[in-house]
Every structure is written in structure tokens, then in C-alpha cells.
Design a protein around this ligand. Structure first.
Ligand SMILES: NC(=O)c1ccc[n+]([C@@H]2O[C@H](COP(=O)([O-])OP(=O)(O)OC[C@H]3O[C@@H](n4cnc5c(N)ncnc54)[C@H](OP(=O)(O)O)[C@@H]3O)[C@@H](O)[C@H]2O)c1
Length: 303
């Protein structure tokens, strides 16, 4: 059985919220994480509170933000004002490259908690595999031991980097957040992640709005059988593989459509038909290119 099929065999649990049932997945430290969440990359700070509030109203209970997105404060405001018990919301944030290293990461974790207006996050990630990631990890292990985060993980760690890192550190990464969607299926890294029981969380689950995904005739034909759009099929395809999807939209009706994926399932034939859509298995970024690093280093001005 291929590794990505085995990954889909993780045990799903039903978690009951006030009005919805959300499927969850178990992390390697035993905590539950919703299989579907809401992402806030490119949501401007002044829109973050409104978007997070809309997402919570739609039913999302996992919110994915990051220091680099500049919108932790708005996320915190919306969560505080929502009246939803803190323990029912799964908050993910990430440490940016310029905060790498033990001391800087420790300070930045406290800053994230202040902005998010909470004593703890549910998952804390190293955003990119650059800089002093081992120093950051030591700070994260301490934060984990002190209850400032319920789980720790990484993001954008490619197969060899991931294996090297996970082999050395004491607390094994609970999650590796990677670009993953039907166009970029991330099959080759899965065996490496399975060694450490690390779950995949998919960024760009809608191909970052690409027509290749949203207007795919293959996804459209599959969706027609169930009354679903290509976007909904693409998200369903992820959660059927046991991969957490965190679609972003600034429109409430799209947030709702992206959330409406728990009343149908894909057949083996559907899954097989989607396989050939894989254009670049490991994602579309070239993390080994110094120009890429230079570009993203200049991209965010952390305050
Ligand atoms: N770890 C990392 O390095 C990393 C990198 C990128 C993203 N992420 C995380 O992953 C999340 C999702 O990734 P992403 O935001 O890059 O891409 P995405 O969720 O794949 O796609 C978002 C794009 O699709 C559009 N969209 C959303 N739902 C739609 C629908 N139902 N129909 C048509 N268009 C739709 C959105 O436009 P509208 O907003 O106008 O609806 C937006 O342009 C991010 O928000 C962030 O939390 C992490």
C-alpha cells in the first residue's frame, strides 16, 4: 500500500461543537486537531478581525496565522470577542525567519501570545527552514514544556531537511505545513514524515486560487456527481488523505462553501482520476534557491 494511502488511514475522531461536527486528526503527542481550518495569509491587518469572525461564524475552529502575516492582533480580537470557549478553538501561529534563534524566538513567542491575547497557542511552527532553526526549536521545546503551546512543528521543511531535523531534535515535529493540493500532491515526503508520526497540513489547498485547480475539468466532472465545485472536491481530496486543509478566503460565502465538504466522500476511482493532476509533487517554490530566500527575507516588516 503506498505511503500516502496509509496516511489516510489515521483514526478520525468526531468532535462535537455547539452546532457542527468537525472531523479531527490525532497528533503524535495525542492532541486532536481539526482537519479543516481557516488561513489568513494576505489578509490585511485591518480585515483580520472581520475575516476571523466570519470564519468562526461559518464554523471553522482552526485558525492559521503567522507573525509574518501581520494579523495576529486581529485574530486575537475576533477570538476574544466571539464568546467561543478558548479550548474549542485551535490556534496556529508561526515564527518568522528574522526571529530565528533561541533568544529571539522565545521573545517572539511571548509577543505572538500577547497579540493573540491568549496564554497558549495550540500549534507553533517554524515558518521556514532557514536561519538558526535548532535555536528556535529549543525555545519552542521550552514553550511546549511550559504550556505556552500544545504542540510544535515546522513548515516548508523539504524531505531531506525534514529528516535531518526531526532525527536530531528531542520533541519530534507534530506537523509539517507544506504547499499541498491536487496540483502538488506531496507524496514523496510522506514516508519521511511517517517515521516521526508527523502530520501534514496543506497550505495553498486551493492552488492559491489557480484556474488549473478551480476550473479543472477533472475536478468539475467529479464534483458534478455530488453537487460540489472543483474547490470543494480539492479540499475533500486532502482531508480524505488525512491532510489538514486551511483554505483562505476573504468572502464569507466562499468560506462557507469551502467548509461544506463533510457530506460527501470520494471513491477510489475519483482519487485515482485526481492523481495525474500532480504537476510538481514537492510544491512550486524552489527553497534551495538563494534568490527565493532573499526575496522572502525582504517581504515582511515585523512589528
Ligand atoms: N507556511 C507557509 O509558508 C504558508 C504559505 C502560504 C499560505 N499558508 C497558509 O495557508 C493558507 C491557505 O493558503 P493560501 O491562502 O496561500 O491559498 P489558498 O487557500 O489555496 O487559496 C486562496 C485563494 O483562493 C481564493 N478562493 C478561496 N476560496 C475560493 C473559492 N471557493 N472559489 C474561488 N476562489 C476561492 C481566495 O480569494 P478570496 O480571498 O478573494 O476569496 C484566494 O485568492 C494561508 O491563508 C495561510 O494560512 C502558509
Amino acid at each position: 500500500m503506498p505511503a500516502w494511502d496509509r496516511m489516510a488511514k489515521v483514526i478520525f475522531n468526531e468532535l462535537k461543537y455547539t452546532t457542527i461536527n468537525m472531523q479531527t486528526i490525532l497528533l503524535n503527542n495525542g492532541i486532536e486537531m481539526p482537519l479543516l481550518g481557516y488561513g489568513l495569509f494576505k489578509v490585511p491587518p485591518q480585515e483580520a478581525e472581520r475575516c476571523t469572525r466570519d470564519a468562526l461564524e461559518v464554523g471553522y475552529r482552526l485558525i492559521d496565522t503567522a507573525q509574518a502575516y501581520g494579523n495576529e492582533q486581529g485574530v486575537g480580537d475576533a477570538i476574544r470577542q466571539s464568546g467561543i470557549p478558548r479550548e474549542e478553538i485551535f490556534i496556529v501561529t508561526k515564527i518568522w525567519i528574522t526571529n530565528a534563534g533561541e533568544e529571539k524566538a522565545a521573545r517572539s513567542i511571548e509577543q505572538s501570545l500577547r497579540k493573540l491575547q491568549t496564554d497558549y497557542v495550540d500549534l507553533l511552527l517554524i515558518h521556514q527552514a532557514y536561519g538558526d532553526v535548532f535555536g528556535s526549536w529549543r525555545a519552542m521545546e521550552k514553550a511546549y514544556a511550559q504550556g505556552m503551546t500544545r504542540a510544535i512543528g515546522v513548515s516548508n521543511f523539504q524531505a531531506c531537511r525534514f529528516y535531518d531535523f526531526a532525527s536530531v531534535v528531542d520533541v519530534k515535529p507534530a506537523v509539517n505545513q507544506l504547499q499541498c493540493c491536487v496540483l502538488s500532491q506531496q507524496r514523496t515526503i510522506l514516508p519521511e514524515m511517517e517515521r516521526f508520526d508527523t502530520r501534514m497540513m496543506a497550505w495553498g489547498p486551493l492552488g492559491q486560487g489557480s484556474d488549473d485547480l478551480l476550473k479543472s475539468p477533472v475536478l468539475d466532472a467529479i464534483g458534478e456527481q455530488y453537487g460540489k465545485t472543483p474547490a470543494q472536491v480539492a479540499l475533500r481530496w486532502l482531508i480524505e488523505r488525512g491532510i489538514v486543509a486551511i483554505p483562505k478566503s476573504m468572502h464569507k460565502e466562499r468560506m462557507a462553501a469551502n467548509f461544506d465538504i463533510f457530506d460527501f466522500s470520494l471513491t477510489e476511482a475519483d482519487m485515482k482520476a485526481i492523481e495525474p493532476l500532480n504537476q510538481k509533487d514537492t510544491g512550486f517554490r524552489d527553497f534551495a534557491d538563494p534568490n527565493y530566500l532573499r526575496r522572502i527575507l525582504g517581504m515582511f516588516d515585523l512589528k
